[in-house]
Design a protein around this ligand. Structure first.
Ligand code: NAD
Length: 278
């Protein structure tokens, strides 16, 4: 068998996986997806996969990406609505959730931001304001969203957020975002504990590096991609589709006993201590 044939076997496309009877089915569920900024966004791949598996989709996006979203959103087969919702602006969150009338089953939180200065200055010099911005948008926003979303989840549901290895280990150039991801993963556990009695599950996917708008803020990202590929046991970089497949599983009832976890979708990179030498 050729190498490409092996890869084709290991990597069914989202369309193929949605067609398979063995895959999770999200028919009858409504998913609220935060974090689409472009067609390279992880949230966009997740929205597409959830829709392919039958979920109805509501997109919440940052207004600065409005012109892109108004072109992209209608491409989703089961789109219910799309509306602006900046998680750093309480009035936008209240307006967004005030308009939400239908029950929600799935929340996808695929949001992160830290001011550019935090990637350029030593950690000890990060200002109070920049730290607050990074943590508010990248970590606290998960709890804030759930403050408004949980009342719409009377039948329980699934919350999926996106994290990175930098929340558990030092990844060069990630800096204060590593602190924010550590806080986000702690929120996943705390919220899973608090919301579990309402049958709301909360999990994180720790994705390997993928070239997206957010990733373009990380210095030497192309080097990180090459290194990741050479060290990861599966010797591949992951795609947004790989993350979407995991998110669809976590969103489905097939994951009904999984909560409070951070699950790595990283071709195994995170298990390696000493990479293959030579
Ligand atoms: N790309 C990677 O290598 C990678 C790896 C692991 C985890 N992640 C995480 O995946 C998530 C999605 O990032 P991405 O790589 O798809 O990049 P992206 O730039 O496409 O998505 C980031 C999203 O965050 C949103 N956002 C930022 N500030 C916001 C605010 N105040 N209110 C509402 N939304 C806001 C942006 O609008 C954007 O849609 C992030 O949490 C990121 O840290 C990315």
């Amino acid at each position: 068998m050729s190498e490409s044939a092996i890869q084709a076997k290991r990597r069914p496309s989202a369309a193929v996986s949605a067609a398979s009877n063995d895959m999770p089915n999200l028919k009858g569920k409504t998913a609220l997806v935060f974090g689409v900024a472009s067609d390279t966004s992880i949230a966009w791949a997740i929205a597409q996969e959830l829709a392919a598996q039958g979920a109805e989709i509501i997109l919440a996006y940052q207004f600065r990406y409005h012109s892109r979203i108004k072109d992209l959103a209608p491409k989703l087969p089961n789109l219910v609505a799309y509306d602006r919702c900046d998680v750093a602006k309480d009035e936008e969150m209240q307006a967004f959730f005030g308009k939400l009338k239908q029950p929600i089953d799935v929340v996808v939180h695929s949001i992160a931001f830290a001011p550019a200065a935090t990637f350029e200055t030593p950690l000890v010099d990060v200002t109070d304001q920049d730290f607050a911005t990074a943590l508010t948008v990248s970590s606290f926003s998960l709890a804030k969203i759930m403050r408004y979303a949980a009342p719409h989840m009377q039948n329980g549901g699934s919350v999926v957020t996106l994290t990175y290895l930098g929340g558990q280990r030092v990844c060069s150039n990630y800096k204060v975002m590593g602190v924010a991801k550590a806080a986000l993963e702690a929120y996943v556990r705390e919220l899973a504990f608090e919301l579990g009695p309402k049958n709301i599950r909360v999990n994180a996917i720790s994705a390997g590096p993928i070239k997206t708008l957010a990733a373009s803020g990380i210095k030497d990202f192309d080097y990180i991609l090459d290194y990741h590929k050479s060290v990861a046991p599966l010797r591949e970089n992951i795609t947004t589709g790989d993350v979407a497949d995991c998110a669809a599983f976590l969103a489905s009832d097939k994951a009904k006993m999984i909560t409070g976890q951070t699950i790595f979708v990283d071709a195994g990179y995170s298990i390696v201590g000493v990479p293959q030498l030579g």
